[in-house]
Unconditional design. Structure first.
Ligand code: ZN
Length: 271
């Protein structure tokens, strides 16, 4: 249980303060904070409250969305990511997860070029703040408008193009990459190159009724979670296993009961 982290978006109906009270009661040791949970809050206070709750801040979600058709919009995205780096630094979050972005109608190759340029523009600030950046490949069903990075291989290619800076790595989210025939070898490669920065858990439901908000609790779907998790651990990864579930179904119910189910399904998965 010492590696169980929950994302604030997973229990979206709860305020950040309610998450800080509820998570530890269910054995959760880490918290990944989504930026919308920080609205109207003093970041130093949040850092103190999180430490007092006994929770480790695992990462800040999310930066990214670099591609745009105009240079001024691409600069706006960079500015917002620079703000995210400041926020992560103030919270003591060692990592920002990047949902890289895409523009409908713009070639994916061009979007990936703009993503690479966007991350390059952030590097000096990220390195100065001691905040790492993790490229999270998204399932290809989001290639139109959420991310032009859809496989671990493409994430590696961006890291390579940047010259493999230590501050830039990869977030493996089972929901997005479980289907990839190269998954094991690309996870191994992430381990060997020191790029494996985060591991996100949920499940893929059949049928999936909503492309965004119908993720399953671990065990509710068809992903070979234990096998993928063993591949991740096989690289020497000892970081948190982060439960990230967007679900209209689970959000409509009692969140304490949901957290209880999360900790039980996590326990079952790793027992
Ligand atoms: Zn994720």
């Amino acid at each position: 249980m010492s590696r169980l982290c929950v994302h604030t978006i997973t229990t979206k109906p709860l305020s950040l303060e309610q998450c800080l009270t509820a998570f530890p009661k269910h054995g959760v040791a880490g918290i990944t904070i989504w930026r919308q949970a920080l609205e109207n809050r003093d970041l130093r206070t949040v850092q103190r409250q999180t430490a007092e709750a006994g929770l480790e801040v695992v990462s800040l979600c999310r930066g990214g969305f670099f591609p745009a058709t105009s240079a001024s919009d691409r600069q706006k995205a960079i500015d917002d990511n620079l703000l995210a780096i400041e926020q992560a630094h103030a919270l003591g979050a060692p990592l920002i997860v990047l949902v890289c972005g895409a523009v409908p109608g713009q070639a994916l190759t061009e979007s990936r070029k703009q993503i690479t340029e966007g991350i390059a523009a952030l590097l000096p600030a990220a390195e100065a703040a001691g905040v790492n950046l993790a490229i999270e490949p998204l399932h290809p069903m989001y290639a139109d408008d959420r991310s032009a990075v859809n496989t671990l291989r493409q994430a590696h290619e961006i890291c390579d193009a940047l010259g493999s800076p230590k501050a830039v790595g990869i977030a493996v989210d089972v929901y997005h990459v479980w289907w990839d025939p190269d998954l094991q070898s690309q996870i191994d490669r992430a381990g060997a190159t020191g790029r494996l920065h985060a591991f996100h858990l949920c499940d893929w439901k059949t049928p999936t009724t909503d492309l965004l908000n119908d993720r399953g609790l671990m065990g509710e779907g068809c992903i070979n979670l234990r096998e993928i998790s063993d591949w991740v651990d096989g690289t020497g990864f000892t970081g948190f296993r982060e439960v990230e579930i967007f679900s209209n179904k689970w959000w409509s119910g009692d969140q304490e009961e949901f957290l209880d189910k999360i900790s039980r399904s996590y326990d079952l998965l790793y027992s």
